[in-house]
Design a protein. Sequence first.
Length: 550
Amino acid sequence: MRTQKGFIRNTAVMFSAMFISKALGAVLKIPLGNILGGEGMGYFTTAYSIFMPVLSFACAGIPTILTRNVAGYAARGEYGDIFAARRCSLLLAALLGTAGAALIYIIALPFVGFIANSPASLPGVLIIAPATLFCSVTAVYRGYYEGLSDTLPTAMTQIIESFVKALLGVGLSYIVYANGESLFGSQQAALPYSAAAAILGVTVSEMCGMVYMLFRIRRREDNFSEYGRNIPKKQLFTMCKEIIFASLPISLGASAANLLSFADMITVSNCVDLSVKLFGGYWGIDGNLSAIRDITAGPGNFMYGCYAGMIMSVYMLAAAASGVIGRCEMPRLAYAAEKGMRNETTHEIKLLIKGTAVITAPLTAIMAVLAEPILRILYPVRELEVTVSVVPLVILCAGGISAALLGAVCIVFHAYGDFTFPIKVTLIGGVLKLMFNVVFIIFPVLNIAGAAISAVLSNTICLIYAVKSVKRTHNAEINCLMYSLPSVFGALGGGTGAYLFYNGLSPRLGMIPAVLLSAVLGGIMYALMLYIYDNNDCVEVIKALRHRKA
């Protein structure tokens, strides 16, 4: 009973922290988009694009191994090994974090000049580098406490970091931008430094998270230091080697997960600028494209900022919801697969796929039909950015179900203990995204809509490959099309209803009330259609979420 209560407590804490962090993340990204616009968000996102792969490699593997080791040591009462494992992990994390920061400093200049095609992003890249060290140390403490079944420190650091990031990021960026005329001659000239000020908020927030952990570990009586005073150095060295080799595949997999965004960073800006050179006549005829070319320092950076900094921020609000089903179903599915219970495994896979579709399909469909008013509500002072962002957001949302189902199928592989295939499929998706971007973005009639098409195509191809692979390698029964079709049909009805409701209500109520009411009515229509078409399975999914096993 104590274990079950601990599981429920930890789950509640983590979900609450995730909700608060997501909300505060939106507080950062959306006001920042209004301050910086497409051009400034290009500088901001470029700094993040070099930071995230290095951060993932430094922070993913060691904390995961530490969590697993600490849990095992605690269960066996080996408290000296707990202290030794934490000490080794902190040392390795500090070395990796320092090396990661140094790597960013070394490659910063060639990166922004030749790879990202955004030389003005250099201040932000230089400022974000130290955050690698802060995050690495904080991640080790998170892994340590989670190994002791205490998720509260992780939740607290997430909330502290998100709060400081939102407050300082938006505040500093606005101060620099508002004083751009006096400091830099014009507000447009201040955009790179305003973006760098927002990045400074990110770095300071990560430092605050680390400081919180350092104070906590010294204040509480759970560091087991008295057990680890006489541990031989040879044992510590051996433990360090074991941690490095065990964490390396996890770190590589986490870095691979950032390949899609890195592919966008490499191709979007460069391909847009190439399009301006090859199809200059079309860019001069089209009013929006002509304005982008004439009023911005670089069309490529502007378009990349719109896509990665604004469109993806809105799209991920809907896409992130699908991960809830995976977290709920993972323990049940892993248990059934481990025990070789074929019927139960098939049942849990069906619930995973159907549950993912049930949540993702209506959110993405309604967001697709209401894309333009949603963007205008979130970015009211950025007319040009909204105009070029509507079509890409519609395309991403229309194909969002394939990305969600791909994530669900990767969870099936994890349940079978296969952690290499998700890395493989991520690498394949990154290569496909890279190639498709080059093909589509160059055409000026598509521009960043080509990046959205590339995302949908690469996700769909990888989904088909993943389904065939899980059937072949693990003999699993899975039919994504059959399981998700009812939700897709229901989403089409709900999306159509939301579109009609909005067009009828907006002239009378105004944009914001019409969007909110239309989304609610569209959701109700979706639920009714889904219940009529597939009521038994819907009830089954709801029961699985309510009565999942620890």
